[in-house]
Write a protein that binds this ligand. Structure first.
Ligand code: PLP
Length: 379
């Protein structure tokens, strides 16, 4: 049986058009953009072309686009970069950020910065009012994710952007899961925005940080002065070419594809909730990524369910992580105050552009059988 891949929030296949665009830059056009000969110029020009095209999509200037190795690096550069440039101060983030953000904030706390972690409601929404209340005179940066990677909740970034801009505080959003949403930085009023390639059908190992002109960042890597002096190191030419192509494709098709995914996702959610007893949807009912379906199957061990599905060629993710022999509920599910039993019985299904209705029908059938048998064993 052809595998049914429902883990697009973790990784996506590289689009054939993206791969085609990238290939010559591995094999024949392999110059270093810093070399002054013709092959170097060619590599330089292709990187600058990619930068321009990405800037166009973001409604930014090309000099505001910094290429990195992925989401974690962009997030780190944004948060640590601002913090190190300011030297001290207070940061605001939410309790449901990706570890790339949370661990960076925790690290900064060990270096004398203070951080407020804003709690979210039971749907995973950050309230602009709560953020406003947390602002202090020494607040240097607010960092709130655009869309959550586990439960898919979409945060009110434009509202937060208006608030932070009015208060003159820098605002970063981690948009790694939001490549198919509105990315106009003027509308969002963000000063820093992180994107990564592997979630939008570009390869792993490439990312973007949008940095508004004038925002000072201390580099994570010092080196040859590449990327406007904030990210030393030879740039990943094929990855950058792929990133630009992938972002163009995903943004060009977003209205149609998001509507298709929304319909498919709603169909899938409805089918599960109706045909499998004691199932509930986590995350926001409407303010959610169109491809995200996060379900609790009461009385079922999510890990066992995941392995049973995997054995049948159905690939999904779990909202919990193993740590020190004990299965722990993920911090995101804790933050939305999901009871532990429910959290440990939850799976994330993330749909993608190859997902078809027939596949979801098959998954529901398998789920019905496996959930029933696992519940029998647990009794
Ligand atoms: C919301 C979010 N931020 C950051 C990252 C980190 O990206 P990367 O793994 O490319 O470094 C991810 C990856 O899953 C993510 O989903």
């Amino acid at each position: 049986m052809k595998p049914i891949y429902l883990d697009h929030a973790a990784s996506t296949p590289v689009d054939p058009w993206v791969l085609k665009a990238m290939l010559p830059f591995f094999t024949t056009k392999y110059g270093n953009p810093r070399s002054v000969h013709a092959m170097g110029r060619e590599a330089h020009d292709v990187v600058e072309d990619a930068r321009k095209r990405i800037a166009g999509i973001l409604h930014a200037a090309p000099e505001e686009i910094i290429f990195t190795s992925g989401g974690t690096e962009s997030v780190s550069l944004a948060i640590k970069g601002v913090a190190m440039a300011k030297g001290r101060g207070h940061l605001i983030t939410s309790s449901i950020e990706h570890p790339a953000v949370l661990e960076t904030c925790k690290y900064l706390e060990t270096k004398g910065f203070s951080v407020t972690y804003i709690p979210v409601d039971r749907y995973g929404l950050v309230s602009a009012k709560a953020v406003e209340k947390a602002i202090r005179r020494d607040t240097i940066l607010i960092t709130i994710m655009y869309a959550n990677n586990e439960i898919g909740t979409i945060e009110p970034i434009a509202a937060l952007g208006r608030l932070t801009r009015a208060r003159g505080i820098l605002f970063h959003t981690d948009a790694c899961q939001a490549g198919s949403l509105e990315l106009d930085v003027r509308k969002l009023k963000v000063d820093l925005l992180t994107l990564n390639g592997s979630k939008i059908h570009a390869p792993k190992g490439v990312g973007v940080l949008y940095r508004k002109l004038g925002v000072e960042l201390i580099p994570l890597f010092h080196g040859g002065g590449q990327e406007f002096g904030v990210r030393g190191g030879t740039v990943n030419v094929p990855g950058i070419v792929g990133m630009a192509k992938a972002l163009e494709l995903v943004q060009k098709n977003k209205d149609k594809e998001n509507a298709r995914l929304r319909q498919l996702g709603d169909y899938f959610i409805g089918k599960i909730l109706k045909s499998i007893p004691r199932t509930t949807l986590n995350g926001h009912p409407t303010q959610r990524l169109p491809n995200n379906v996060h379900i609790s199957f009461a009385g079922v061990d999510a890990e066992a369910l995941l392995h049973h599905l995997s054995a049948q060629g159905i690939y999904v993710s779990m909202g919990s992580a193993c740590s020190a022999q004990e299965i722990q509920m993920s911090p995101v599910l804790k933050a939305i105050r999901l009871p532990k039993a429910k959290g440990l019985s939850s799976l994330r299904f993330s749909l993608g552009k190859e997902t078809r209705k027939e596949e979801l029908e098959k998954v529901v059938k398998v789920l019905q059988m496996v959930v029933e048998s696992l519940r029998k064993v647990a009794r």
